[in-house]
Design a protein around this ligand. Structure first.
Ligand SMILES: CC(=O)N[C@@H](CCC[C@H](N)C(=O)O)C(=O)O
Length: 375
């Protein structure tokens, strides 16, 4: 198998990023490739814009899963790659093009060289939102093909190529999106006393939200409230009638998530009374923490440490979120970081992961599955 072809596939996928549950071209591209493989041991089923591929084992006693997310982000690419996104305003800025091409590489190997156990490849839509993992888990296909163990990776710009980073237990946080709409009374810029200005209310609210992590969360626990977007108003000399705040909440414990939300609701109520406006809070999609199974992670770290070309870093937990957490809640397994050495981080318009990491991941996971998949 020529591993360099998977960097080429990654470039093709990089050109066509699509948002969650709109991954129509991505699904068609993946299917075309998967259908070009020897079909003798494969069973393919589509689910919405996702795909399940089962590689039937020779004498299976279990099924091992590999999950790759497939959606892109609403970011305008600034990499100057020859193979930049052809979809305006959209980019694979979270490495899902890597996750898919690595999945195709591992699948290609096992379509040609099946092992004793079954393998299940899950190409999952909508990781960035609204979340594809949970509905995929509840699907009839998953009920029939549910793996006994499951693995996924995520690219890590901050680690060098050739390294992976992982830990037992909690790896990623609990997350919840946060949308707050404010409606007051707009009017002429010169007559503020006749209005309820939602620009001022929204600015106050954003500042007050910052006090929650500082004052209401146990300092030995961790939480983040990030407001990534504010929209308000129409032009410079009209007082804004409406404002919208969009953000995300991250906590290491489910208890802190409940506490943070309780405080957000109290503060929003205060702004509502103080600014005589109407408010609506919507928590959008929520993800369960990524909790790595202790025994499987330990076994994987021992295995990876024995591979000459891989450096294993025992990392800290991160406040990122991943709906793979839902899969790990039901299926023993783990997620690990794959070092890709990019000067720009995840969700950045100039993210440039090093493609040499694709080969590292394909050969590491292939060998790991070969070790695990002996009946
Ligand atoms: C790995 C990663 O970057 N995941 C995203 C998941 C986002 C979930 C949701 N849209 C939210 O913002 O809460 C992340 O931002 O951590």
């Amino acid at each position: 198998m020529d591993i360099s072809q998977f960097a080429a596939l990654r470039r093709e996928l990089h050109k066509i990023p699509e948002l969650g549950f709109q991954e129509v071209k991505t699904q068609a591209f993946l299917l075309r490739y998967i259908e070009s493989l020897p079909q003798e041991h494969l069973e393919i089923k589509t689910w919405k814009t996702g795909i399940f591929v089962k590689v039937k084992g020779k004498k299976p006693t279990k099924t091992i899963g590999y999950r790759a997310d497939i959606d892109g982000l609403p970011i305008t690419e600034e990499t100057e790659y020859e193979f930049s996104s052809t979809h305006e305003g959209l980019m694979h800025a979270c490495g899902h093009d890597f996750h898919m091409s690595i999945g195709l590489g591992i699948l290609t190997h096992f379509a040609n060289h099946p092992i004793d156990d079954n393998l299940l490849f899950i190409f999952q839509p909508a990781e960035e939102g609204p979340g594809g993992a949970q509905p995929m888990l509840e699907s009839e296909i998953m009920k029939e093909w549910k793996p006994d163990q499951i693995v996924a990776l995520h690219i890590a710009p901050e680690y060098p190529v050739g390294s992976i980073a992982v830990k037992e237990g909690i790896l990623f946080a609990n997350t919840s999106e946060l949308f707050i709409d404010l409606k007051g009374k707009g009017g002429h810029a010169a007559y503020p006393h006749n209005t309820n200005d939602m620009v001022v209310a929204a600015c106050q609210l954003v500042s007050q939200l910052q006090t929650i992590v500082a004052r209401n969360v146990d300092p030995l626990d961790s939480a983040v409230i990030t407001v990534g977007k504010i929209t308000a108003g129409t032009v410079q000399n009209i007082i804004a009638e409406r404002a919208r705040i969009e953000g995300t909440i991250r906590t290491l414990s489910p208890e802190s998530m409940a506490r943070v939300k309780e405080r957000i609701e109290a503060i929003v109520k205060g702004v509502e009374v103080g600014y005589q406006c109407e408010t609506v809070i919507d928590y959008g999609c929520m993800y369960h923490q990524v909790y790595n199974n202790h025994d499987m992670t330990k076994e994987f770290m021992t295995f990876a440490r024995a591979q000459e070309e891989v450096e294993v870093i025992e990392c800290q937990k991160a406040m990122t979120g991943e709906d793979f957490g839902y899969m790990l809640k039901e299926i023993p397994g783990f997620m690990f970081w794959l070092g890709v050495n990019s000067p720009y981080g995840l969700h950045h318009s100039k993210l440039q992961p090093d493609e040499k990491a694709i080969e590292v991941a394909i050969s590491l996971i292939t060998r790991y599955f070969e070790m695990k998949g002996i009946a």
